[in-house]
Design a protein around this ligand. Structure first.
Ligand code: SF4
Ligand code: SF4
Length: 342
């Protein structure tokens, strides 16, 4: 029994998968999603759309049913969303009664609690100490927002809380960029710390937490935009690096912009109705290696095309790849006919 290719030749399988542009995009998106949780939602949408396009194309070309996986995944995500939405809404309603705001501090047991909120540029972490139903100290453990906001807004707000001994609404922040987000993140960090001191504080179910964390991560913010910019840059860099290569064993150029820069510098320019070397690139992409080998005698090997092509194609490169691919093809055919005879 012949093993499936991923088991027989895992490295070769991975390499051929990596040669598919859509697979590369999904891979970059997954790396960025792992590094920047707040960009997950947008990146999963990108991955979903990419796979839907690839599978839909396959369905049109070969009748492959993989597109059904996409619809199945969408249905599962919708189901997960509705279950989580119901859970989150009912927990939020229950939390209103147990809110640690204002006089709600009377429910919080004595102790030190750590909580987290989302600021303008990242997470904000605080440690809040409660004694005899009063907030007696607040420590900022993590804070990545603007210094100017911290210096102008946070201490004022802290003093207000400590004077009153309870969590109050902050006054309207001054007009610093991101000040509102910072203050909201700070308030949420304190509120979430206090909530930990309330017995039986309503919590979201584990399945909702896992679902929201996996698919949405944190709410999109400024970091998300940066992550997407990094994804785009990585994609461009890798694509440009890879486009200058030929797909191993096929002799087919991954890309050609048909810009004809190579034709402009080639001393041969056109033979037998084929523009040199752009036509050779096209023929190799189509897999017509015999024609490329026939026309190769016209190339004088001057290398001028290599200096002009924006993605590194050249007549000699394409010709040698076509010879190799043709040889490989013959070998495979030979092995195939040997097997048949046996
Ligand atoms: S190497 Fe060949 S294809 Fe390239 S410019 Fe010279 S003659 Fe033309
Ligand atoms: S210069 Fe490169 S990209 Fe432009 S037509 Fe020639 S082979 Fe294609």
């Amino acid at each position: 029994m012949t093993l499936p290719r991923p088991l027989r030749d895992p490295l070769g399988f991975l390499w051929s998968a990596f040669n598919i542009r859509e697979v590369r995009l999904v891979l970059y998106a997954l790396i960025v999603a792992a590094l920047f949780p707040s960009s997950r939602y947008i990146l999963f949408v990108i991955i979903g759309i990419t796979l839907a396009i690839v599978w839909f194309k396959n369905y049109r070309k070969t009748g492959s049913r993989k597109i059904l996986y996409f619809f199945g995944a969408v249905l599962l995500i919708k189901l997960g969303y509705f279950i989580s939405y119901y859970d989150v809404t009912s927990v939020d309603e229950a939390r209103i009664i147990k809110r640690p705001w204002g006089a709600g501090i009377s429910q919080v047991l004595d102790g030190k609690y750590v909580g987290e909120g989302q600021g303008f540029r990242g997470p904000i972490k605080t440690e809040v100490e409660v004694k005899n139903n009063r907030i007696v100290s607040i420590k900022t453990l993590e804070y990545s927002d603007l210094i100017s906001v911290k210096d102008n807004q946070i201490p004022v707000f802290q003093r207000e809380i400590l004077e009153k001994g309870m969590l109050v609404r902050p006054s309207e922040p001054e007009m610093f960029r991101g000040a509102t987000e910072t203050l909201t993140g700070y308030v949420n960090a304190i509120a979430s710390a206090l909530a930990k001191g309330i017995p039986d504080f309503p919590e979201y179910s584990v399945s909702s937490k896992v679902f929201l964390e996996t698919f949405f991560g944190k709410a999109p913010d400024r970091v998300t935009i940066n992550a997407l910019a990094i994804l785009f840059a990585a994609f461009m860099v890798f694509e440009y690096a890879l486009q200058s290569m030929l797909t191993p064993g096929t002799g087919r150029s991954i890309n050609c912009y048909n810009c004809a820069s190579c034709v402009g510098v080639c001393p041969v320019k056109e033979v037998e109705g084929v523009q040199m070397p752009m036509g050779l690139v096209l023929l190799t992409r189509l897999g017509d290696y015999d024609r490329v080998m026939e026309l190769s005698k016209y190339c004088v090997g001057c290398g001028r095309c290599a200096t002009k092509c924006p993605i590194g194609n050249s007549g000699p490169l394409v010709i040698s790849a076509a010879f190799q691919a043709a040889r490989q093809k013959k070998l495979e055919q030979g092995i195939g006919s040997e097997k048949e005879t046996a």
